[in-house]
Each structure stands twice: as structure tokens, then as C-alpha cells.
Design a protein around this ligand. Structure first.
Ligand SMILES: Cc1cc2nc3c(=O)[nH]c(=O)nc-3n(C[C@H](O)[C@H](O)[C@H](O)COP(=O)(O)O)c2cc1C
Length: 338
């Protein structure tokens, strides 16, 4: 798997402004860069002589079986990356047994995803809008369409200052899309932990909070009834200068303890990065841009190749680290630099 080549192939196919929309982060892109760098900074302590003839990647996500701990992060505008983008991604996730988080916002015509047969679970991601009726409709939809969890993304009370988009005069949803809506006008900025309870009471499925970067916030989320949190800084697209997710994961895992599951995304570009996330205590990881590059370069098969490639890399990294299964991955695999 060569993600650089894949990104280049995607870039050739996409118009420049859309490429920038995907690739970019906010302001000086410090957090965007640090997300990937932080995984690279960590070092592993491989075990030897552990009989790794067979390595099993399978695990569960909120109790549902998945082929591996590698899932797909929610991303808007997949319908512009390739025809039927969200459905293509859903097929790629199904073919690889991967958890799919489908983002409802900016998804073009979002029909069809729920019809894709999959043994792996799908979660529905929504933003909390000022218009609670729309949120209630999303909640109803999550149950009707068989989503196993509802994901609330809470790090977009306003949009980050994305300079590439400003330079390109990129409008979030452009002509030809369903509607032009300014996210800044739609999103509920007054959101607090009490609102989590509002959603939990109405959602017929477990609630997951995405965009948590601190232990105290994570603890408050599970106290308010969330079943899981996703450690995320939105791929460096919101607050520039925010810490890398790899650097705050341990704190969040400790704060949540056994009261919920912890997932992480941001800058995961290799199987060994997944191994490090799991060693820090994550239940699973989610991939953003790599899936988008696969989708743009090769549609469903491109996205599938990315997911398969990550699974193969994780399998090799586990074998080379002397672990045979996901439950065997622990903090002892991490090298603490003195
Ligand atoms: C093009 C693009 C669109 C995104 N749209 C959403 C979205 O609609 N909802 C959401 O919760 N996160 C969204 N994100 C953030 C991703 O879910 C994820 O947090 C991030 O991309 C992970 O980092 P990575 O791209 O470095 O893997 C988006 C990210 C990108 C790159």
C-alpha cells in the first residue's frame, strides 16, 4: 500500500479546490501535520518467540463483530469523490468487514447506504443542529435503517478557519448539490453535556461522542450516558494548535476506564500506527483521508484496497510484534523513551 501514490492519483482526478478541501486543515495546519507525526514518534517494543503462525485481527465494536479494529471515519462530500461515493464506501467497508461511520451531513443524496448488505456494523454520524426537529429525524432514521449507533460530532460548534478553502472560494456544498447551507448557521453552538442526555433519551441505539480530546470531557460524556467516545481533532480541520490525537489518547482511555469504549482517528497512515493506538488502549481506529483518496482514485475498489492494505499491514505489524490477537495488544508494546 502506497498512500502517497494513491493521493497523487486522487489529486490528478479531482479539481484543485476539492482536493484542497479534503487534504487541508485549518490555519497553519500544525495539528494536521502533528497528527501523523505523533504516531511516527512512538516506538514499539516487539516480542519474539510467541508463535505467530496465525494472527487474528477480529474484534468487536460496541459488541458487534468486525473483521479488524480499522473502521471508516465519517466524511462529507464522498459523492463528489466518485459516483455514488457513500454507497461505494459502504460496499468497501462491507467487503472488508469494517465498521463504517456514515456521515449524514453533506452526503449528497444519501440513499442506498443502508441497503448495502454487511456483516459489520454501521454507525450514523450527525451534527447537532439548531433545528432539533432535523436531529430528531436523524435519530429516527438511525433506528429505521439499522444503524447500530448514533455518533454526535461535537467539535464543530463553528467551522475551523480553513485557509485553503478561503483561497479557493470553496463553498461547502456547491451548485448541483442538494442545498447550499452554511454549516456555521446550522450548527448548535450552545451545546453542553446536558444535550447528550437529550439524545440518549431519544436514540434507540447507543450514543457515541466524536471530537473528544481530554480525559475530563470523556468522563463527562460517559457519565451523561455515551457508550463510546472518539478521540478526534477532526483531522486537524478545526482548532489549529490542538494536540495530536495520539498524544491525548492515553489520558482519555484512563479517564473512561471500563465505562465505555474509546476510538481514535487522525493521521493514521500505517498498520503500525493502528497497533500503537490499540496499545494505548483504543478499541479501534478510524481512517479519514486515506479512504477518500482510495475512493477518488479507484471508486469502491480503491477504498477497498485501502482498507485491505491497512488490514494486511496491521497483521504483519502484529506478527512482527509477537501478538496473535487484538486482546493480546497491551501497553507493554510501547517503548517509553527515557
Ligand atoms: C473531507 C473530509 C470531510 C469530513 N467530514 C466530516 C463529517 O461530515 N463529520 C465528521 O464528524 N467528521 C468529518 N471529517 C473528519 C473525519 O471524520 C476524521 O475525524 C478525520 O478525517 C480523521 O483524520 P485523517 O483524515 O487524518 O484520517 C471529515 C474529514 C475530511 C478529510
Amino acid at each position: 500500500m502506497d498512500l502517497e501514490l494513491l493521493e497523487q492519483a486522487a489529486r490528478r482526478r479531482l479539481d484543485a479546490a476539492f482536493y484542497d478541501y479534503i487534504a487541508g486543515g485549518s490555519e497553519d495546519e500544525e495539528t494536521l501535520v502533528d497528527n501523523a507525526a505523533a504516531w511516527s514518534r512512538m516506538r514499539l517494543r516487539p516480542k519474539v518467540l510467541r508463535d505467530v503462525d496465525r494472527v487474528d485481527l477480529s474484534t468487536t465494536a460496541l459488541g458487534a463483530p468486525v473483521a479488524s479494529p480499522i473502521g471508516v471515519a465519517p466524511m462529507a462530500m464522498q459523492h463528489r469523490a466518485c459516483e455514488d461515493g457513500p454507497v461505494a464506501t459502504a460496499r468497501a467497508a462491507a467487503a472488508t468487514g469494517s465498521l463504517l461511520v456514515f456521515g449524514l451531513f453533506g452526503a449528497g443524496s444519501a440513499g442506498g447506504v443502508a441497503e448495502v448488505e454487511s456483516t459489520a456494523p454501521r454507525w450514523l454520524q450527525v451534527y447537532v443542529l439548531k433545528d432539533r426537529a432535523r436531529s430528531a429525524a436523524a435519530i429516527a432514521r438511525s433506528v429505521e435503517e439499522g444503524y447500530a449507533a448514533l455518533v454526535l460530532t461535537v467539535d464543530v460548534v463553528r467551522q475551523g478557519n480553513r485557509r485553503r478553502d478561503a483561497r479557493n472560494r470553496w463553498v461547502f456544498l456547491r451548485e448541483g448539490d442538494e442545498a447550499e447551507e452554511d454549516p456555521n448557521e446550522l450548527f448548535d453552538r450552545s451545546l453542553t453535556f446536558d444535550d447528550i442526555a437529550w439524545f440518549r433519551e431519544r436514540a434507540g441505539v447507543p450514543l457515541v461522542i466524536k471530537g473528544v480530546m481530554r480525559g475530563d470531557d470523556a468522563a463527562a460524556c460517559v457519565d451523561a450516558g455515551a457508550a463510546a467516545v472518539i478521540v478526534s481533532n477532526h483531522g486537524g480541520r478545526q482548532l489549529d494548535g490542538a494536540a495530536a490525537t495520539a498524544d491525548v489518547l492515553r489520558e482519555v482511555v484512563e479517564a473512561v476506564g471500563d465505562r465505555g469504549e474509546v476510538y481514535v482517528d487522525g493521521g493514521i497512515r500505517r498498520g503500525q500506527h493502528v497497533l500503537k493506538a490499540l496499545a494505548l488502549g483504543a478499541r479501534g481506529v478510524m481512517l479519514g483521508r486515506p479512504v477518500m483518496w482510495g475512493l477518488a482514485a479507484g471508486g469502491r475498489l480503491g477504498a477497498q484496497a485501502v482498507l485491505r492494505g491497512f488490514q494486511q499491514e496491521l497483521e504483519r505489524a502484529m506478527a512482527l510484534s509477537g501478538v496473535r490477537s487484538v486482546p493480546e495488544i497491551g501497553p507493554d508494546l510501547l517503548h517509553e523513551r527515557g
